[in-house]
Design a protein around this ligand. Structure first.
Ligand code: PFF
Length: 448
């Protein structure tokens, strides 16, 4: 049997796993969720959710993945043979395929905006309303968005085809530092904007009266989405960890890094927004409509705008890589496909799915699934149903079903000493995570 690939260096482990976590969720979704849900009060709750919900589930996925050293679907079958748990593995395989279908669409848009920022007269609308009209026109035309989306999928393809070390690990080792550097440059620039103080206050001075049950639920959802838990991605990645990788330490480092990137995106965005006297409570249109408009009113606007969309594209790419790895690893293990064949099959599926999602803004807008366009249905179904379901079952599986000794041994790298956090972790996995995820689930279905 072929030996399973494994990440070569500790840095590679962190870069690849943090790369999976850092994505549109940090740069696109976190700022608008924070803006709409009360600023720093939301952030405080968010950090608590990362610590007590997302990190425990992340560690649970690491335990499953590294112990079984196989893909997310087979891992459950291996640990719980002849039981229905293998069906949970199927959720873990299908959810990333659905997510990546619409994720590629937004990623493709960001490539278009890189190019538009660079060509003279590219982003030259005069007002937010004009930017809005241009954006809506762009996403609803059939061909133009597809060109960028396909280009993005092909870039993803050529990284994936090179495998775990020369593809995923190498790409993460290059892209993550660049991404971080761009964020630092933006952070320094923000300090010189007139809206800096107001932006910082909005981010860091909590107003507890803003905390409502809905804010808590939104923060939980964001914590799951942003750290990539509940999808089998981290099970797959952990199957490439070596026996000496510290699982607790890796989870904490990735969680901190992911939160840091979200905060830096906040530091990038809010001072800019306040400088121009715009409301921070904008929705998802914040990065494609409001920000290009604001950048174009600044000196060297084209530079800031292009750098921003390079940042978005890089963050998206590190995530699409991890989302696509789940099913590629599955095809390699289950069907014994070569890396090339598995990647090619999956790329064809992504091309079709992303095409459907993209066209649902225009030509296929009339097709509705439970009243939603194809794009919205993919987003809704994966974020509100599959993702919480995956997280719920993973926490129950490791908290209640798996042998405690096995979990403890895996977390301590086979030493006889119980990690200091073990009891807290088990408590979170047994009670805190399942109950909270269930609440997110109900609220996602509008039942709460
Ligand atoms: N965590 C990534 C982000 O924040 O954009 C993307 C993502 C990957 C979301 C995997 C969900 C997921 F299951």
């Amino acid at each position: 049997m072929e030996k399973r690939a494994s990440f070569r260096t500790k840095l590679g482990v962190i870069a690849a796993t943090a790369g999976s976590a850092v994505g549109l969720g940090n740069i696109w979704r976190f700022p608008y969720e924070t803006g709409q849900n009360g600023g720093s009060a939301f952030i405080l709750i968010y950090i608590a959710c990362v610590l007590f919900l997302a990190l425990p589930v992340m560690m649970a996925e690491f335990v499953i993945g590294r112990h079984t050293r196989t893909n997310a679907s087979h891992a459950f079958g291996k640990l719980a043979p002849h039981s229905w748990w293998k069906y949970i593995g199927y959720i873990c395989i299908s959810a990333p395929v659905i997510i990546v279908g619409y994720y590629f669409v937004i990623s493709g848009w960001s490539l278009e905006y890189v190019v538009q920022s660079l060509i003279p007269g590219g982003l030259s609308a005069q007002s937010a309303a004009e930017y809005n009209a241009e954006f809506n026109q762009f996403i609803s035309t059939p061909i133009k968005p597809l060109i960028w989306i396909f280009l993005f999928i092909f870039i993803n393809h050529f990284i994936m085809i090179r495998g775990v070390n020369s593809g995923i690990e190498k790409a993460a080792n290059i892209m993550m530092p660049v991404l971080f550097l761009i964020l630092i440059i933006f952070g320094i620039r923000s300090m010189f904007l007139p809206g800096f103080d107001e932006g910082m206050k909005f981010l860091f001075q909590p107003d507890f009266s803003k905390i409502t049950p809905n804010v808590v639920i939104r923060a939980m959802g964001q914590a799951f989405f942003s750290t990539s838990v509940g999808m089998g991605i981290l099970i797959t990645y952990a199957s490439y960890y070596s026996k000496s990788t510290g699982l607790g330490r890796t989870a904490l480092t990735v969680g901190c890094f992911d939160t840091l990137v979200s905060m830096l995106s906040g530091i990038l965005i809010f001072p800019t927004v306040f400088t121009f006297g715009i409301s921070p409570a904008q929705g998802p249109e914040l990065i494609f409509i409001t920000l290009p408009n604001l950048f174009s009113q600044m000196p060297l606007g084209w530079l800031w705008s292009s750098m921003f969309f390079v940042l978005v594209s890089l963050a998206a790419l590190t995530s699409t890589i991890s989302l696509s790895e789940v099913s590629i690893a599955f095809l390699q293990d289950a069907r014994h496909y070569s890396r090339r064949k598995a990647t090619t099959v999956m790329t064809c599926i992504y091309l079709s799915l992303a095409t459907l999602c993209s066209l649902s803004f225009g030509a296929l807008n009339h097709i509705r699934i439970f009243g939603k366009t194809i794009f919205d249905a993919c987003d809704y179904f994966s974020s509100n149903i599959l993702l919480p379901a995956g997280g719920l079952f993973i926490s129950i599986f490791v908290g209640w079903y798996l042998n405690k000794k096995l979990v403890c041994r895996e977390l301590s790298n086979d030493s006889s000493k119980k990690p200091w956090y073990f009891d807290i972790l088990m408590f979170c996995l047994r009670f805190v995570a399942p109950i909270s995820i269930f609440l997110i689930f109900l609220s996602g279905l509008n039942l709460m």
